[in-house]
Design a protein around this ligand. Structure first.
Ligand code: PCA
Length: 196
């Protein structure tokens, strides 16, 4: 069976939960012929990527899909690109607050996701869940992770990508989405990984 390393983040920014991890945690263990290996990540620059790369050495996944919360977005948004930049309006969970620094000094400016981003977006939309392709994963820890993975696995068979999800209803912020819809959206996204 193929292997999918799927990650979510711990809470940050004063939130009690992070729907990215809660949704990943509630996904079934097998979807679309992929065995899911789930990992909860700290919202810490560099460290999140280090943990995923170390897990990937053991698991040897075919696909790495990371999920994060994007407060303020109303849709589930597969990310098209990761950029070589860190900047933080608030410190990460270790207290680190970079200002306009490179993730990999001298590295490529950007990498495109190696997942079928448009097909994923279409699959989520066709399931009746609000989705949009995003052309910026921001400059915080999620982009740090996406860029680091794409850089590391460039030219290999390991496909990497990122999906941001909105606040979930129980966070009492708007816009938000029900946890059921977030889970369904991620499920159909995984089903869209391979061409039917
Ligand atoms: N969202 C943040 C980091 C962790 C998360 O869930 C981001 O979009 O960078």
């Amino acid at each position: 069976m193929k292997k999918l390393l799927i990650t979510g983040f711990e809470p940050f920014g004063g939130e009690a939960i992070n729907p990215s991890w809660d949704a990943v945690d509630r996904l079934p263990d097998v979807i679309n012929g992929y065995k899911l290996h789930k990992l909860k990540l700290p919202v810490v620059f560099r460290e999140a990527a280090r943990i995923v790369l170390s897990a990937a050495e053991d698991i040897m996944p075919d696909v790495i899909l990371s999920i994060g919360q994007a407060g303020g977005r109303a849709s589930i948004t597969p990310e098209m690109v990761g950029i070589n930049l860190r900047n933080a309006r608030m410190p990460d969970n270790s207290g680190y607050q970079p200002v306009d620094e490179a993730i990999i000094p001298g590295g490529a400016s950007a990498y495109f996701s190696t997942l079928p981003v448009r097909r994923i977006y279409e699959a989520i939309s066709n399931a009746g869940i609000s989705s949009e392709i995003s052309y910026s994963a921001g400059v915080y820890v999620c982009n740090d992770l996406l860029y680091s993975l794409l850089s590391h696995f460039e030219g290999t068979k390991t496909e990497c990508g990122f999906i941001h999800v909105p606040y979930s209803r129980e966070q009492n912020k708007e816009p938000s989405m029900t946890m059921e819809d977030i889970i369904l959206g991620l499920t159909v996204a995984i089903e869209a990984l391979d061409e039917k």
